[in-house]
Design a protein around this ligand. Structure first.
Ligand SMILES: [Zn+2]
Length: 462
């Protein structure tokens, strides 16, 4: 076996010797975890050492036995893959999911269900996603710092029905997949990828479960702190950077050059601030304009301002639940309305007007869900599919889910004891026509987008 590969095995395995399968319980103690993280960090550093060894080494044996003076590209690729395997083995051993019991299909699918996995598994998944995006390295993110930050974020997300740590994990996975969807046309650099993933993880941290309007109307101290402007979004940004500055051990930007850290910080702040729904229609109309003016020989995504693209990826991910497989989409829908109704109850108890869609006595969750898809999600994702054609699978799921919501709403209408039979029939007829027109309009969008720049450029995501 070539010397350098022996070196690789020795160095990487040294970092992993404590991670024999079954040795750790699924939830490591904090003390145990701290040691494990140091070992992971060491394993990562070991790879850098290995690369240095290879770069300096001469007289390397090629796979066919001939001698060459510099390592071949294939050898470098082998070492990179070896590194990745060892890193993943180290990371996953902490939560005992890899390789024996691992199901990593979630990495290349929209089926990731954050609500069905533990926080520990989410930590591992996030580390794997960061690693896959090339973000875990001595000059970027230290895995130990990321793991510490995840611990802090899990602690600082509140236990709301919807805006909780699982939601952050869900959105982080969607952002990870949209970054991949960009790649045939536009490659996000390492700082942009890092900014997006960090923004996704923290984009709702400390969310109290009430809307901006509620916080302003009740003169909440947080509203006063941010001058009644984008109150929640400013809170999330501030909370993230306070955590990073107060916990050096969780500062995932500490390895970056000062100027680079500032750039990443600014991209993170902008992206989170643009998750404010008040920015939504502005964002969609800007996209409409870019796509309308798009040069036929150039994909529209390449004409976009980089920060606008980052904002779009995070915001689209944030409202992407209706585009997910039905079982996942339905669970999140129930949760968001549960949170809305709790706010509605609170508003009523305070003598305030109950906000739209938040009155449990008068709101049809099914009807509100349909309107959310029609007015918010579909127009946005029509543009996303145009920019990133490989996301057409998401849009197909949105249309399927829409039809499922219509069926459920029809049943609700039929069973409504407060409506006359004539009125029900009128509404059902209109609903059917409306559904047909909606699906027809957006099917056309999918076909047009998929064919616009040639089939070879698209990469179908499952
Ligand atoms: Zn969110």
């Amino acid at each position: 076996m070539p010397t350098a590969i022996n070196t690789a095995r020795r160095l990487s395995c040294f970092g992993c010797t404590s991670f024999r399968e079954g040795e750790l319980s699924p939830v490591a103690s904090p003390r145990r975890r701290a040691r494990s993280l140091s070992e992971i960090s060491f394993a990562s550093n070991s790879v850098s050492s290995l690369k240095s060894v290879i770069n300096l080494q001469t007289g390397w044996s090629s796979p066919n036995g001939s001698r060459c003076t510099t390592p071949s590209k294939e050898v470098s690729q082998f070492v990179d893959r070896f590194h990745r395997f060892q890193t993943l083995r180290c990371l996953s051993a902490q939560v005992d999911i890899f390789p024996a019991k691992a199901d990593t299909s979630w990495l290349i699918s929209w089926n990731f269900d954050a609500l069905s996995v533990s926080d520990e598994e989410i930590f591992s998944h996030v580390l794997i996603m960061f690693d896959d995006l090339g973000l875990l390295s001595p000059s970027l993110v230290d895995p130990e710092a990321l793991r510490n930050l995840l611990d802090l974020l899990a602690l600082h997300y509140k236990d709301n029905p919807y805006h909780n740590f699982k939601h952050a994990a869900d959105i982080t996975h969607t952002v990870y997949r949209l970054i991949g969807a960009c790649s045939p046309t536009i490659v996000l650099n390492k700082h942009e990828r890092l900014a997006l993933m960090l923004a996704a993880l923290a984009h709702d941290v400390q969310h109290p479960g009430q809307s901006n309007l509620f916080l302003v109307q009740t003169a909440h101290p947080v509203a006063a702190r941010f001058n009644n402007k984008a109150v929640l979004e400013n809170l999330h940004v501030a909370a993230l950077f306070e955590l990073l500055s107060e916990h050096q051990e969780a500062d995932v930007l500490r390895n970056l050059q000062e100027q680079d850290a500032l750039v990443v910080r600014d991209m993170v702040s902008q992206a989170i601030l643009h998750t404010d729904m008040a920015e939504h229609f502005n964002m969609v109309s800007k996209l409409d304009k870019i796509i309308g003016e798009g040069h036929k020989s150039k994909p529209s995504v390449s004409l976009m301002d980089r920060q606008h693209l980052l904002n779009l990826i995070l915001h689209s991910s944030d409202v992407s639940n209706p585009c997910k497989p039905w079982e996942i989409a339905e669970k999140w829908s129930k949760r968001v309305f549960l949170e809305f109704f709790i706010q509605g109850d609170l508003e009523r108890s305070l003598g305030l007007p109950v906000s739209p869609n938040m009155d449990r006595a008068t709101t049809s969750r099914l009807q509100a869900q349909l309107k959310f898809i029609e007015f918010i999600v579909a127009p946005l994702f029509a543009n996303v599919v145009h920019l990133l054609p490989s996301t057409s699978g998401l849009f197909q799921m949105l249309l399927q889910n829409y039809q499922q919501w219509v069926k459920l709403y029809e049943k609700e209408l039929i069973a409504d004891p407060n409506k006359e039979e004539d009125m029900k029939q009128d509404e059902l007829g209109m609903l059917e026509l409306h559904q047909e027109a909606f699906v027809k309009k957006y099917q056309a969008v999918i076909y047009a987008s998929a064919g616009e720049y040639g089939a070879g450029r698209t990469r179908e995501h499952k």
